[in-house]
Design a protein around this ligand. Structure first.
Ligand SMILES: C[S@@+](CC[C@H](N)C(=O)[O-])C[C@H]1O[C@@H](n2cnc3c(N)ncnc32)[C@H](O)[C@@H]1O
Length: 231
């Protein structure tokens, strides 16, 4: 995408509106001294950078999309956080960190790619004893997900749902307004209009049924009970 248009759309600006929920989830964890955090599926790192600031610890942001990691690296540099945040290109299916590497694993959005139960089970080995897993996921099958938590080797410490229309009112609708503004500004630029159409298509999916995208945070703690990682 044209760099200029990318900066003008500035989707991270809208993503930042949802950071209040990241902060709320973090506040539900017990205080940890300079924790080591893995942010799985970090994207361009809006929560990643916030976690570094909130925790004063070390954060590894992991994603498969290099263009998003480039964006994260740009922001790490800009905010002077290169001592505490690193961006790593890797699939969540191939994480080869040693066992018990992290105090906290954070995952906002990506667990649906691996599945809730499989994610919990496979990521567990990466947590130190008594470490924490925070997952932000769509609300569907919530009862079933909650039932799977103990057998996957965790205790559910807390959970909360976002307001049902939060993703629409706080992210997609403001983004749509920005797209409308840019469409008017670039009405004679077919290349930009095509890019804007792609963004609008994504907005339209949510617009059609905003409640389908309601979501919740699960705050979990690794328990000592041994589990069979295969299921
Ligand atoms: C909904 S976005 C969330 C981004 C970020 N956590 C946030 O809250 O702004 C999901 C992210 O998961 C990443 N992702 C999808 N499949 C992945 C995989 N197999 N391994 C690592 N990251 C993946 C995508 O590239 C995307 O950045």
């Amino acid at each position: 995408m044209s760099k200029d248009l990318h900066f003008e759309i500035d989707r991270d600006h809208f993503r930042e509106r949802l950071l209040k929920y990241t902060r709320k989830a973090f506040s539900l964890l017990p205080g940890l001294d300079k924790p080591r955090i893995l942010d799985v599926g970090c994207g361009s790192g809006v929560p990643t950078l916030e976690l570094a600031k909130l925790s004063k610890g070390e954060v590894v942001g992991l994603d498969i999309d290099q263009s998003l990691l480039d964006e994260l690296n740009r922001k790490i540099e800009l905010e002077g956080l290169s001592n505490s945040v690193t961006a790593r290109k890797c699939s969540m299916f191939e994480m080869d960190f040693p066992d018990e590497s992290f105090d906290i694993i954070w995952a906002e959005g990506p667990i649906s790619a691996i599945g809730f139960e499989r994610g919990l089970r496979e990521w567990r080995r990466l947590l130190k004893p008594g470490g924490f897993l925070v997952v932000h996921d769509v609300t569907n099958n919530m009862k079933d997900k909650i039932k799977k938590i103990p057998s996957s080797g965790y205790k559910l410490l807390n959970r909360f749902s976002l307001p049902e229309d939060a993703h629409w009112t706080e992210y997609y609708r403001p983004l749509e307004i920005r797209i409308e503004e840019l469409r008017a500004r670039y009405k004679n630029n077919p290349e930009f209009l095509q890019i804007l159409r792609k963004h609008q298509n994504e907005v339209d999916v949510v617009k059609g049924n905003p409640r389908k995208y309601s979501s919740a945070f699960y705050i979990m703690q690794k328990t000592s009970r041994s589990i069979d990682p295969k299921f």
